[in-house]
Design a protein. Structure first.
Length: 367
């Protein structure tokens, strides 16, 4: 069959490769000048550092099928994400762990003592947390919430944490030991040659043709037997019901000699600091050595029509708009919406790949 893909990110790359191996002809349309979507990586010209052009992407998963899949197309190096946070004039370890608790409160608590201590700080009257703020107050109490989550969340989402769902915070663990590995998944790593090289290998098949700087238009659906669409679902329908809310990111690139901050990611919890974090990308490739360094201040703001959308905003209440678009999309026979933008969900890379593999299995292609 003759199949089109809108986008050359992970979703369409994986779907395209799987269908190409089944004998289908795949044509990929990518609006940008490069493949790999928002996980695109490239060498910085001044430093030689491998830069994550659209912000840090660390691969982590518990899914062995997904881990084996990405290792077919790239050599992965071990990498442990150890995030720090500057807040209230001091530096701490994230996610919140026993060291964070003892440093923050000036204690020397054991694991069991820390559990009891944090429970004494928690708002136990909140039995069924619905909002981000309720989730934080229920599980870590006001002091840690104010220091590490409240200001950061306001900057990241541009909203009061009372309006965000508790599920956002549930992604972040609290540990009562000294484990500062940001993720708890079995498999974690970074592709040796970057994500763009990995995606290029996925797309390297004689049945796949990629057109860069080429947007896919809805009018082209008639030219193909099926279309997999990874762009914005509201954009596909020309914003018929209105624009869905997204956050976008601005990056301010800076250079320094040697080592700028001593870690890959430093969060800034204080609301008065305008950026959410600074990422120093040489630390994502611990197997490389560079005399100079490049780092990025990251600013989050509301996504305007000409911006690149990063994060879909799912509110605690008032998500009627996305329901309208999803209802309309469900009526499509020749178009399948995939990925973060096509399904309007926050998805990690491993989930995107797993869903892409499942889509290939579950989509009934009609000739």
């Amino acid at each position: 069959m003759n199949i089109a893909m809108a986008g050359a990110g992970l979703s369409c790359a994986v779907i395209g490769r799987e269908l190409a191996e089944k004998g289908h002809t795949i044509t990929i349309f990518e609006a940008r000048s490069h493949i790999a979507g928002n996980c695109h990586t490239e060498r910085d010209e001044q430093t030689g550092v491998m830069v994550h052009a659209y912000g840090p992407h660390i691969f982590h998963t518990d899914n062995e099928e997904v881990w084996n899949y990405v290792n077919r197309y790239a050599k992965f190096q071990p990498y442990t994400n150890r995030v720090k946070s500057t807040t209230q004039g001091r530096v701490y370890s994230l996610p919140i762990n026993l060291l964070t608790i003892n440093q923050f409160f000036g204690e020397t608590l054991s694991p069991n003592e820390a559990k009891s201590f944090i429970e004494s700080k928690a708002d136990m009257s909140i039995t069924d947390p619905q909002s981000f703020e309720e989730q934080a107050l229920r599980f870590v109490g006001n002091d840690l919430y104010e220091a590490f989550f409240k200001g950061y969340t306001k900057k990241q989402w541009g909203l009061d944490p009372k309006k965000l769902p508790a599920s956002i915070l549930k992604r972040l663990p609290v540990r009562f030991n000294y484990d500062d590995n940001y993720f708890s998944h079995r498999f974690q790593g970074m592709p040796l040659e970057g994500y763009t090289s990995m995606v290029a290998n996925i797309l390297d098949h004689p049945n796949i043709t990629v057109h860069l700087n080429s947007s896919f238009d809805r009018s082209q659906v008639a030219d193909y037997d099926h279309v997999f669409y990874s762009g914005t679902i509201d954009g596909y329908y020309d914003y018929e019901f209105g624009r869905l809310p997204y956050r976008t990111l601005d990056f301010v690139k800076k250079y320094a000699e040697g080592d700028f901050q001593g870690c890959a990611v430093m969060n800034y919890g204080d609301e008065a600091v305008p950026y959410t974090r600074i990422s120093e990308h040489k630390h994502f490739a611990t197997w490389e050595e560079h005399d100079k360094t490049v780092y990025f201040e990251e600013y989050s703001r509301e996504c305007e029509p000409t911006d690149i959308p990063y994060y879909p905003i799912n509110l605690l209440e008032g998500n009627d708009l996305i329901a309208k678009y999803k209802d309309k999309a469900a009526q499509e026979e020749k178009v399948t919406f995939v990925g973060r933008l096509g399904t309007f969900r926050y998805l990690d890379m491993d989930v995107i790949i797993k869903e892409a593999l499942d889509v290939v299995t579950n989509t009934k292609l009609r000739s």
